[in-house]
Design a protein around this ligand. Sequence first.
Ligand SMILES: [Zn+2]
Ligand SMILES: [Zn+2]
Length: 49
Amino acid sequence: MTCNKCYSSLSVCRDCDGQTRKSILGDTLTCSTCRSTGYLCPTHDGHWQ
Ligand SMILES: [Zn+2]
Ligand SMILES: [Zn+2]
């Protein structure tokens, strides 16, 4: 996975562990840090798409 803007390697979002955390109801959490992509660009954070 790479950033669509700068082609840097993406890192797994630290706030949602790459969207692996689930709510109590089993739903995928909405993550504002990575914009629910599960990944972060070192430069663009969640705005890599
Ligand atoms: Zn980027
Ligand atoms: Zn996240």
